[in-house]
Design a protein around this ligand. Structure first.
Ligand code: HEC
Ligand code: HEC
Length: 444
């Protein structure tokens, strides 16, 4: 999509700016971040205000069937879901997944549209030659894992996480107590970030994004979300190679739509898979070109600033910090200060200190595990979840992967598996310690 269209198009409104409750730097808390004050929803260094504003507008842009939305989708703008606190925040949308466990092994039922069940369809429309009808996705009869919720996660500060080297996460895992130690999950980069010279097509990297750490860089997440959340397929060039991993339209419940019935985007140029909604075209030797919307999403997420601490309830926050450690929350929600490499490979500031309160590793969460996996995963593997980063949690109104609660205490009490000991220790705290611990969590 061209920039001129973006200017004309409707920009969804979303709240931005500082929220009430963000205090000026009070006393540095026991576990404070070293950075100067940053406005929520603004950007860190490495991008101009104008480029960030353009990227953010693209993230907010509502698209439609003529742009390639469909055949099935969840929403029509990234910014329609990532809304809370500021553009790029968490959201209220809870997506749905299904699957099947067969002989003790997870099957995604990809041939029947799994594991993601998109919640919207283009329905019936005329493409100029015929009437097309796209049925709404349903759970197929052979699914045994049903209607699993996946809450929209916040994107603040994730460019800093993207900048961290694999070795950092491995070291975090090695330093964790054996009973709670997380597992380093890896995934191949399907769309490299051209800014980061260490990334190529297929580079295996520590997976750090999504509730289950399925994706290893923000660029791949952007193209994946454009396709799976909005139904917009893209093709890119990287060092002369055409990337078509996101070029094929979803087949609702496994049913490929007849030609011309996936949406009303103009046909893809020659040399590009049919059905690609936004293509850069055949790749000349050595050419690197990321499709423009995706490049904007990458720019927006890479430079989106992290949240700040809220120290307004300083007494409770300071009293709660040691309790957090004493009951073992820090075994997974590590209090380690992260620091970006200098220079950072993706262009964010080097030596930038931040505290996401997550190891970005997956842990066996027992009954809290969502039982969704990749094809071939054992049931035990499907119980693994990424330690949810706790920074900015006060801007959220739903918690846990399925958004089942908005209450921090309830979220803690749902912890199981490797977190059971910690949950039990929390349960045995007196009311004051519990209160202070929750206030500490809400200050992060
Ligand atoms: C329908 C709502 C919806 C839309 C639209 C949407 N997202 Fe998301 N987003 C989610 C949900 C739900 C998750 C959690 C997915 C998971 O892990 O299973 C998520 C997670 C992410 C993450 C991972 C963050 C983390 O915590 O690691 C990134 C990155 C992301 N989205 C980017 C985008 C981009 C870019 C777009 C637009 C192309 C987009 N999203 C559109 C709902 C949405
Ligand atoms: C063994 C690792 C582990 C320990 C120990 C642990 N957590 Fe968690 N925590 C997780 C994981 C994994 C999730 C994500 C759960 C999910 O997918 O629903 C999570 C989620 C959360 C959430 C919800 C965040 C969100 O984004 O929805 C809160 C709040 C939380 N933990 C607080 C705590 C507190 C407080 C303690 C100590 C009492 C604690 N956790 C101990 C691993 C752990």
């Amino acid at each position: 999509m061209s920039i001129s269209f973006i200017r004309k198009a409707v920009i969804l409104s979303a709240s931005s700016g500082l929220l009430a409750g963000c205090s000026e730097a009070v006393d540095e808390p026991t576990l404070g971040s070293a950075q100067a004050e940053i406005t929520l929803g603004s950007h860190v260094g490495g991008i101009t205000d104008a480029d960030f504003a353009e990227a953010r507008d693209n993230f907010l842009l509502g698209e439609n069937i003529d742009d390639g939305v469909g055949p099935v989708f969840n929403e029509t703008a990234c910014g329609a879901c990532h809304t809370l606190g500021a553009v790029g925040g968490s959201g209220e949308q809870i997506e749905r997944r299904f699957g099947r466990v067969s002989n003790g092994v997870f099957v995604s039922l990809a041939g029947e549209g799994g594991s993601l069940r998109q919640l919207k369809t283009l329905g019936s429309f005329n493409n100029g030659t015929r009437t097309c009808t796209v049925a709404l996705e349903r759970e197929p009869a052979d699914a045994t894992v049903h209607n699993v919720g996946r809450l929209t996660t916040p994107l603040f500060g994730l460019g800093l996480v993207d900048a961290m080297p694999d070795s950092f996460f491995t070291q975090l895992a090695n330093a964790e107590p054996a009973e709670v130690r997380g597992i380093v999950k890896t995934a191949a980069v399907l769309l490299p970030n051209p800014r980061d010279a260490s990334q190529g097509i297929g580079t295996v990297r520590v997976a750090r994004f999504g509730w289950k750490d399925d994706i290893s860089n923000l660029a791949t997440f952007a193209a994946d979300a454009y396709k799976n959340e909005m139904g917009i397929t893209t093709q890119h060039c990287f060092r002369g190679q055409s990337i078509t991993a996101f070029a094929t339209e979803s087949a609702p419940n496994g049913i490929a739509q007849p030609a011309g019935c996936d949406d009303l985007a103009p046909p893809a140029p020659a040399g590009v898979p049919a059905g690609t909604d936004d293509a850069v075209g055949p790749c000349a030797s050595g050419q690197t070109e990321i499709q423009e919307d995706i490049q904007n999403f990458i720019n927006f997420m890479t430079f989106l600033a992290p949240t700040e601490r809220d120290l307004s309830d300083a007494a409770a926050v300071n009293a709660g910090a040691p309790v957090f450690n004493r009951v073992g929350c820090n075994g997974c929600h590590v209090t380690t200060t992260f620091r970006t490499p200098n220079p950072a490979p993706n262009g964010v500031p080097g030596n930038f200190a931040f505290n996401p309160f997550s190891d970005f590793l997956v842990h066996d969460m027992g009954a809290l595990g969502d039982q969704i996996g990749n094809d071939g995963d054992s049931v035990a593997v499907t119980r693994r979840m990424r330690t949810a980063p706790l920074w900015g949690i006060r801007f959220r109104n739903h918690l846990l992967h399925d958004g089942r609660t908005g209450d921090v205490t309830t979220a803690i009490l749902a912890h199981d598996g490797q977190a059971l000991t910690s949950r039990n220790a929390f349960n045995q705290l007196n009311a004051t310690d519990k209160h202070n611990l929750v206030q500490f969590v809400r200050s992060l």
